[in-house]
Design a protein around this ligand. Structure first.
Ligand code: SF4
Ligand code: SF4
Length: 469
């Protein structure tokens, strides 16, 4: 058999609009199908069980390990408590997720889409229900227009379970479940529940691959992240062509290994023919590899006529590239992605571990800037906001320092002791009185210090003390 150039043939350009042809993928077994099943059940378990993971944060704190507490303006992730002030950390987490996705595309193509994307997982689950009730591909094609109440009922139950689990992330999981089943659910919870339930039912039950083709932006721009070393699902045309039915004597001399059985097309959840070359519609699920490997085995031919490999390695195998080593992991783009990933991870972790668990904001009164008392002393007023982000009740005392050695008073308090419960914020009015030295020209630097019970300074904030010039 003469090796053909490994150039990937490109599919004929498709019209801008084509009405949808319903796809009935054939069931297939194989190593990639097994991997998909492990990921499917693993991700479903992770999604539905995570909100039930308990986490002890002490009294008056939620005991869910993962909770997006919208009304309390806080996100709880295990030991981590993210306040609105720490929202930059979420930016870090989002950059890590995005660059991680870019890196995975550069290394293993659309594996995310084919194995881990929520749309793929729920569509796969819906297809399993469909196959269980209606049978495999041929039976489903026959039943195409028949209504199957049981199938739709199970789809709706799965969609409702998905929507309910989503709510669990935003409130006490047991409480949300009780409210739903007792009919007490209302407001935004009900709107979210019904919207998500309807979206899951429609997207996984009906829209399916159309979401990947027309709605998901990731699939559209993913091609630019690939290079010749990215591993993608490819039909090895140099080995498969010229294709044709095998004939009685199964002679594969002077012809390609593809027996034109179309199994690779029948198992494809997006209904494409990978033999037409790489296509935007291919989500990299690798089920066509399982299908083709089965066929190759039956004919005693080497496996991986459709392979998960890089264009570079295929070119080496085909003989189109005479010299060169196999694809490498580290290339300029993976190096850059890896560097950004590590740098963002480092900066976010550092910010997380060094973030202040005590927030103090000082607002100086501006109208008036100062008041001259009958004693001749100058008085300035300040508003102090103190936020205790730690997990324990804290005790603080206040100290005020300036060169004029002022006196101070917290309005409404006999002493300067402050007790602040975990997660609480307090607002205090502070009056500072003192002389204004003549050489100060109307402004003196002033320090307000918060001290712990052992009198150690834990926060020093700088402001000014104003008086007449
Ligand atoms: S062509 Fe193969 S890898 Fe691509 S979507 Fe179809 S079955 Fe999955
Ligand atoms: S499954 Fe393999 S042998 Fe059958 S048509 Fe597809 S590429 Fe050819």
């Amino acid at each position: 058999m003469q090796p053909l150039p490994p150039d990937v043939p490109h599919a004929d350009p498709k019209p801008l609009y084509a009405s949808r042809t319903k796809i009935h993928p054939r069931r297939i077994s194989g190593s990639f199908r097994k991997l998909k099943d492990v990921m499917l059940w693993g991700f479903l378990a992770l999604y539905h069980l995570s909100p039930w993971l308990p986490w002890d944060r002490g009294a008056n704190k939620p005991d869910q390990a993962i909770l997006f507490d919208i009304s309390g303006k806080r996100i709880y992730l295990f030991n981590l408590e993210i306040w609105p002030h720490d929202i930059y950390m979420l930016t870090g987490i989002m950059i890590i997720a995005a660059v991680g996705l870019f890196m995975s595309a550069a290394l293993i193509g659309r594996a995310w889409c084919g194995f881990a994307c929520f749309q793929t997982i729920w569509t796969d689950l819906f297809m399993k229900v469909e196959a269980f009730i209606e049978g495999d591909r041929n039976a489903r094609i026959r039943l195409d227009h028949a209504k199957r109440g049981a199938k739709h009922a199970i789809w709706l139950m799965i969609s409702a379970f998905f929507a309910l689990s989503f709510l669990w992330y935003f409130g006490d999981a047991a409480n949300q479940t009780r409210e739903l089943f007792s009919g007490e659910i209302g407001g935004w919870s009900l709107v979210t529940f019904l919207t998500l339930m309807a979206m899951t039912y429609l997207m996984a039950g009906f829209a399916r691959e159309q979401v990947c083709f027309y709605m998901c932006p990731y699939g559209r721009f993913q091609g630019v992240m690939f290079d010749e070393h990215s591993k993608v699902v490819t039909y090895e045309s140099w080995r498969g062509e010229s294709r044709g039915k095998p004939g009685k004597n199964r002679d594969f001399e002077n012809r390609g290994h593809c027996v034109d059985c179309s199994l690779c097309v029948q198992v494809c959840p997006t209904g494409i023919d990978i033999r037409d070359g790489q296509q935007m519609e291919c989500i990299g699920c690798a089920l066509c590899i399982d299908a083709c490997n089965d066929v190759m085995e039956k004919f005693g031919l080497p496996k991986n006529l459709i392979s998960y490999d890089s264009a570079h390695n295929i070119a080496l195998r085909s003989g189109a590239k005479k010299v060169g080593t196999l694809s490498k992991f580290w290339r300029p783009r993976t190096f850059i992605y890896g560097f950004i990933l590590l740098a963002t991870l480092g900066v976010t972790s550092y910010a997380l571990h060094t973030r202040d668990l005590l927030e103090v904001n000082i607002m100086k009164d501006r109208a008036p800037f100062y008041v001259t008392l009958s004693s001749g002393q100058i008085q300035n007023a300040y508003t102090l906001s103190i936020l205790n982000k730690s997990n324990q009740t804290r005790h603080y005392s206040i100290d005020v320092n300036a060169t004029n050695q002022p006196s101070f008073q917290l309005i409404g308090q006999d002493d300067n002791h402050i007790r602040l419960e975990s997660g609480k914020v307090t607002s205090l009015r502070l009056l500072v009185r003192g002389e204004m030295p003549k050489d100060a020209y109307g402004t003196l630097p002033l320090e307000i210090t918060l001290r712990d019970p052992r009198h150690h300074p834990i926060k020093v904030e700088e402001t000014v003390f104003n008086g007449p010039k």
